[in-house]
Design a protein around this ligand. Sequence first.
Ligand code: PHB
Length: 385
Amino acid sequence: MASKFTKLLEPLTIGPLTLRNRVAMAALTRSRSVPTNVPNDINLEYYVQRARGGAGLITTEGTLICQQGTEWQNAPGIWNQDQVSAWKRITDAVHAEGGVIFNQIWHLGRASHPDAPEQKASGMPVYAPSDIAARGGKFRFLPGHPGYVTPVAIEDPRILIDLYKQAAINAKEAGFDGVELHGANGYLVHQFLDSTSNKRTDAYGGSIENRARFGLEILKELVSIWGSKRVAVRLSPAGGYNDMGMPLQENIDTFRYFISQADLLDLGYISLIRHIPAMDPEFDGNHRATKHDVLKTYRPCIKKSALLLNGDLTPEEANQLIVAKEIDAAVFGTLWIGHPDLAKRIEQDIPLDTKLDLKTLYGGGAQIPYEQQKKGYTDYPAARL
Ligand code: PHB
């Protein structure tokens, strides 16, 4: 049967990689690496299901580059050998299903909390570009509403850049096809970019060029390990989440510069998240995002890298955008949670009708028995074909 989503289902070549279609899976925090930070058998099953379900590209959930700088005790890491070996089982299994898998590397910066178990165990403070607390603060496993803390301004950002580099070396050993730098959603790289969280007076703060330096230096290190086409970056220029956002013109100038410079590195892809209400929570009666048309504003800055778009896309809209040559591939997030076979369903025009159980999105913490972690994770059924 011919699909009405012809373009979305066309393969995409990215340097040495061939994606079998343009239905990509977003990094999704699922917090199931119990007991602590090492991918386990249910994580393996989850990724295999989605590779079997036809994903053209899987990006892993945010994967911590070090023990310090985490909010979640059950997010996986990529800083030690146990984690590398555990990820290797997953990448091998995804490859056996014909999938391509990038590791999204992550540091939370000021969105971490001193009482987060792994942060505590690291014996280090919460680091950020400047000692400015984010407003608001939600910590899913800490009781009450502790709020964000005032972080310690990292004296030498190169220390953190080196950790990203080591994570990229580890990801290579773990058999990934590439790495995606998490530069979005108010986490560390974004905190350097945004003038409301970065008040540094050294080479990493002040001008747009200086605020962009941290992320661009990381990207250059990643390229030195992987080669350019196996490196990607994810950005959310509209801000919102984790108290991010600059005045409109400054925001546009900052992201146009960063995206243009990243594109000059000839990356595999640049993944843009457009404004969506779910990533723009309200606090103190206000929304924080700098709303603008992300695709239209930054499309002209991307000439060499593939452009991936994310944010409440439907397959219909994604297909149209590819037909119009506005994007190269579409990144779906929540649709992949409830439909492990999303790409196959799109191919065969099977309804995307699974209802999400919001209570089980983020696991339940290490106190939930292992078997129960599967609920709302690996037990969403594939359609009977
Ligand atoms: C989250 O867990 O809420 C989360 C994590 C990483 C993101 C966005 C949201 O990039």
